[in-house]
Design a protein around this ligand. Structure first.
Ligand SMILES: CCCCCCCCCCCCCC(=O)SCCNC(=O)CCNC(=O)[C@H](O)C(C)(C)COP(=O)(O)OP(=O)(O)OC[C@H]1O[C@@H](n2cnc3c(N)ncnc32)[C@H](O)[C@@H]1OP(=O)(O)O
Length: 195
């Protein structure tokens, strides 16, 4: 049994019960500062064809160490992961807390990049074989306020042999763009490192 199987609530302490029940509703214990906003946004994402991922506890191989994932286990970033079966696009509905600061009051650009990379990587990894980010270009459009909800969207654009081009966007729930990124992934020739 992997550590994730043994401790499924380590990664997603606030909403794992909701995922198990395959409901869009979050548990009443979900932190107040963002639960209402999540509740408001989730139905709109479900309407767009996204569903909340329910199988995170059963990941094997390269995804089995997910409880150590830098972004998903960060104590000041809370993420609900959704995926659209139609095209494999992934959404991270995220709350960015107070200790992710770069410029005063705003999110660190490295954290923005990490969230984008993680979300886009999820889209790539859940749609095909293991691959790693080898290039990432981020355009920062607007500073992201701390203690706010953001939507991160990742999608595969094109795969050619071992290379996959993918993109991502981070935006305010009202649609205002914070950042967008283009990424290149390469499927390693030899080893498949454990993440
Ligand atoms: C259920 C929910 C799921 C949730 C999942 C959450 C998980 C989230 C996970 C979060 C994860 C977050 C994500 C992360 O943090 S991923 C971690 C950060 N990334 C890395 O550490 C990758 C480091 N790089 C490598 O290890 C090697 O480069 C690899 C192994 C990838 C390829 O080395 P390998 O020896 O195998 O291949 P090759 O050298 O023959 O190259 C092959 C081809 O690729 C081209 N190329 C290579 N590099 C570049 C480059 N920089 N720009 C442009 N092109 C490049 C190269 O020219 C060649 O092209 P061609 O000559 O064939 O045309």
């Amino acid at each position: 049994m992997s550590s994730v199987d043994a401790h499924p609530t380590i990664v997603y302490p606030h909403y794992v019960r909701a995922l198990d029940e395959e409901k869009a509703q979050l548990p009443s214990s979900f932190p107040r500062e963002y639960s209402e906003e999540f509740q408001h946004i989730l139905p709109k994402l479900l309407q767009r064809g996204f569903h909340i991922l329910t199988k995170l506890n059963n990941q094997k191989g390269n995804l089995s160490n997910i409880s150590k994932n830098f972004v998903l286990s960060h104590p000041h970033i809370h993420v609900v992961i959704l995926r659209r079966a139609l095209d494999g696009a992934v959404i991270y509905l995220a709350y960015v807390g107070s200790h992710v600061q770069g410029p005063s009051g705003f999110m660190h650009g490295g954290a923005t990049a990490a969230l984008l990379d993680d979300c886009v990587s999820s889209a790539v990894l859940l749609s095909g074989p293991f691959a790693m980010t080898v290039q990432m270009n981020v355009q920062y459009r607007k500073p992201v306020p701390l203690n706010s909800v953001v939507i991160v969207e990742g999608y595969v654009e094109q795969t050619n042999g071992r290379k996959t081009v993918a993109g991502g966007k981070m935006y305010h729930p009202d649609g205002a763009l914070y950042a967008e990124a283009t990424l290149l992934f390469v499927r390693p020739r030899l080893v498949e490192p454990k993440m």
